[in-house]
Design a protein around this ligand. Structure first.
Ligand SMILES: Nc1ncnc2c1ncn2[C@@H]1O[C@H](COP(=O)(O)OP(=O)(O)OP(=O)(O)O)[C@@H](O)[C@H]1O
Ligand SMILES: [Mg+2]
Length: 335
């Protein structure tokens, strides 16, 4: 049986841009899928197709058991959506915005009021509740938009970059809200550029690039594909890097990567803490002073880099950005 969110071969083109190039998704009920991808990968387009805001050129989508293309109105009644750009009425207050959403969903006046007050409190907006939202900061709007998506608790939720623009405290709190929501049985698809967020919240991750799902699995499965643990060393003196690199090569199970400007060397290893102790001893014997050393598992950053060839959270359109970053590093190193 297909999951609460199901897509098969979704294609959407804008002129000669193939924003979606055959996307397949399947999200089991009560789980969170993290859609991860660089700018322009097609995340928002996928969300818009699944939430009836955009009609795909071809493919199939079923949400909450309802065919998205055939019964868009029914789908709309079963989903909640928080878009990438906050959709609140500028001239209404925060409270009025939330009450209006309740009424759109046929809540009784009193129930809509109570729910609005509860959400304003939960999202730390009580103090600003009775001001027009055009006076809100970016983070406040974002929070109000998320609160609006949660007025009723639909079985399936979509959140497009829910925490972009939130400060760390508000981000943490939103994560807690999301966890409670999912614990209550909601199925959630969220897009994010924050690998840490996907790591934290998503049961499954689909990595999207150029309109296609290029990898999927749990965070652990994706990390395992990138190899085992690494030793990371920051040496104190730049002129010690070559020797340190030699030492690491002796212990490594693969190529050592060297970041000149941060004086950081990384090498994949097997052998854990015992091996780490040996590396430290050997560096000491060779008289190499170190600022930092540690054993770390591959992060989703490593996964992302190895899959897409570019680092996450770059603000431009992707192509060539890894090269640009490398050039920046070279320039830094040359100073
Ligand atoms: N309405 C539109 N008209 C023309 N091109 C569009 C339109 N919407 C999206 N695109 C193009 O489709 C591609 C995918 O865009 P989309 O917004 O889905 O990416 P995204 O993964 O959400 O990126 P971001 O991380 O920047 O939000 C991009 O090349 C974009 O320029
Ligand atoms: Mg987007």
């Amino acid at each position: 049986m297909p999951g609460a969110i199901y897509a098969e071969g979704l294609v959407k083109t804008f002129g000669d841009v193939r924003a979606l190039d055959g996307v397949d998704l399947d999200v089991p009920e009560g789980t969170v899928l993290g859609l991860l991808g660089p700018n322009g990968a097609g995340k928002t387009t996928a969300v818009r197709c699944l939430t009836t805001l955009l009609r795909p050129d071809s493919g199939k989508a079923v949400v909450a058991g309802i065919d998205v293309l055939r019964q868009p109105n029914e789908v709309r009644r079963s989903i909640g959506l928080s878009g990438q750009f906050a959709a609140v009425d500028e001239y209404l207050t925060g409270r009025e915005n939330l009450q209006m959403v309740g009424q759109l969903y046929q809540m009784k006046g009193r129930a809509a009021k109570a729910r609005a007050a509860e959400l304003l409190d939960q999202f730390h907006l009580s103090d600003a509740a009775d001001r027009p939202t055009k006076t809100y900061s970016g983070g406040m709007r974002r929070r109000l938009d998320l609160a609006a998506a949660l007025v009723v608790s639909p079985p399936v939720m979509f959140m497009d970059e829910p925490t972009t623009g939130l400060d760390p405290r508000n981000r943490q709190e939103l994560w807690e809200v999301i966890k409670r929501l999912v614990a209550g049985g909601t199925t959630l698809l969220l897009t994010t550029q924050y690998l840490e967020e996907a790591d934290h919240l998503a049961h499954d991750i689909a990595v999207v690039d150029h309109g296609r799902v290029i990898a999927r699995g749990t965070s652990d499965q994706l990390k395992a594909r990138t190899g085992g643990e690494r030793v990371e060393v920051v040496v104190h003196e730049r002129h010690h890097m070559a020797t340190a690199s030699e030492v690491l090569a002796g212990f490594g199970k693969g190529a050592t990567t060297v970041e000149e400007h941060t004086r950081k060397l990384t090498v994949p290893v097997t052998g854990g803490a015992k091996l780490l102790a040996e590396v430290i001893r050997e560096l000491d014997v060779r008289g190499i002073e170190i600022d930092d050393i540690g054993l770390r598992r591959p992060t989703l950053d490593d996964v992302f880099l190895s899959l897409t060839g570019h680092v996450a959270e770059v603000a431009d359109e992707g192509n060539g950005s890894a090269d640009d970053a490398a050039h920046e590093q070279e320039k830094e190193a040359a100073k």
